[in-house]
Design a binder for this molecule. Structure first.
Ligand code: SF4
Length: 353
């Protein structure tokens, strides 16, 4: 059954397209709609993407980013605080117990190890540190071990804290907040119409429930997805709209890094053009969000990274990622700085003589 967004694309797209307007008119209409505080429809964005050439599209999205998105880059880092042996079957994931990937498997890291990691990030001007644990959700014992670790970090490093611990209940999210966690992360991963092809053991609705409970518990939200898993461009647009529907303002965009042993190990990489068009789609649909470069960045050329920043990326997960290498913090800061973004300050450390 088509989702609302699919219906919007397929029914309205025919009408919009038949008007055969030129690229300049479309660009003007988009600017006027945003200036009037009107959200763009999926059909409008699809028509724009299919009519306007890439250089013009990039300029449009650059202008929209400058006008509506934050000039302050948001940098966060993650710690894989519990890894592997996950009961779920997400086809992209190295940590599922269904696939032989050789990914590391360990229980909850202790507080001192995470404190060292968080301190390293804090000293380099990373504003938020996120605890990420594998699994559909956490057992009572695991959750208590996670709370202890989070508490140790909170007492030792003045960095803001985020967590991504699976499909926690409302009560668990309330308790998590009491340990100083400010933001909860749970990716929608892909379009509503594609999710069931990639994961059979939980639904995207489960994720939306968790995000809404996290908001009700007083937490900020972070949610995005992975592109290049076999979805169509319309489905990337569908994901961008689904995130807008639940008012997500921090959106990680991962590019699939195919992992040997997973069902997606042979997935063909996206082209440079597909990646940039996706960033533009996300920027048009979510003009004021932080669009966050996340996993898969190590596979991209410097050229693509810079163009993606130019047309809309204004945040990043820096440092190493869950099961793949990311990029070093200083390099990412320099990249954003070259695009005249404001960066989180490097804290002045006390010098002992
Ligand atoms: S993405 Fe999360 S829930 Fe899915 S298999 Fe990986 S760790 Fe488990």
């Amino acid at each position: 059954m088509p989702t609302n967004v699919e219906r919007d694309i397929t029914t309205t797209y025919t009408t919009v397209n038949s008007q055969n307007r030129d690229s300049g008119t479309i660009v003007t209409e988009i600017k006027e709609a945003l200036a009037a505080d009107q959200a763009l429809s999926a059909a409008q964005v699809m028509h724009c993407i299919n009519t306007v050439d890439l250089p013009t599209l990039k300029e449009l999205c650059h202008e929209i980013t400058a006008l509506y998105a934050s000039a302050q880059v948001s940098l966060c880092s993650i710690s894989n605080v519990k890894s592997g042996q996950c009961s779920e079957d997400c086809k992209w994931c190295a940590q599922s117990r269904y696939y032989q990937t050789g990914a590391q498997s360990y229980e909850v890291k202790d507080g001192s190890q995470c404190t060292q990691e968080a301190e390293h990030c804090y000293k380099q001007g990373v504003e938020m540190f996120s605890f990420v644990a594998s699994g559909r959700k956490q057992s009572k014992m695991e959750l208590q071990a996670l709370f202890n670790t989070i508490d140790t970090v909170r007492q030792n490093v003045p960095i803001r804290l985020c967590a991504s611990l699976g499909l926690l209940s409302y009560d668990e999210l309330v308790e998590l907040k009491s340990y100083g966690i400010e933001r909860y992360h749970c990716n929608l991963e892909t379009a509503p119409s594609f999710f069931a092809s990639l994961c059979s053991r939980h639904s995207q609705q489960d994720k939306i429930r968790c995000l809404k409970d996290a908001r009700k518990a007083g937490l900020d939200l972070c949610s995005g997805g992975i592109i290049g898993m076999g979805e169509s461009e319309e489905q990337r647009l569908e994901l961008a709209c689904a995130l807008r529907d639940i008012e997500i303002k921090s959106i990680p965009i991962n590019v699939l890094h195919p992992i040997a042993g997973t069902p997606l190990e042979k997935q063909a990489p996206l082209t440079k053009e597909e990646i940039l068009r996706t960033v533009c789609i996300f920027r048009l649909i979510n003009p004021d969000a932080h669009l966050r470069f996340a996993g898969g960045r190590a596979l991209l050329s410097e050229d693509v990274i810079n163009e993606a920043i130019y047309c809309g990326i204004n945040a990043a997960i820096v440092g190493d990622l869950l099961t793949t290498l990311g990029s070093d913090i200083a390099t990412d800061r320099a990249r954003f700085s070259a695009h005249h973004y404001d960066l989180p300050p490097i804290p002045q450390m006390q010098v002992t003589i």
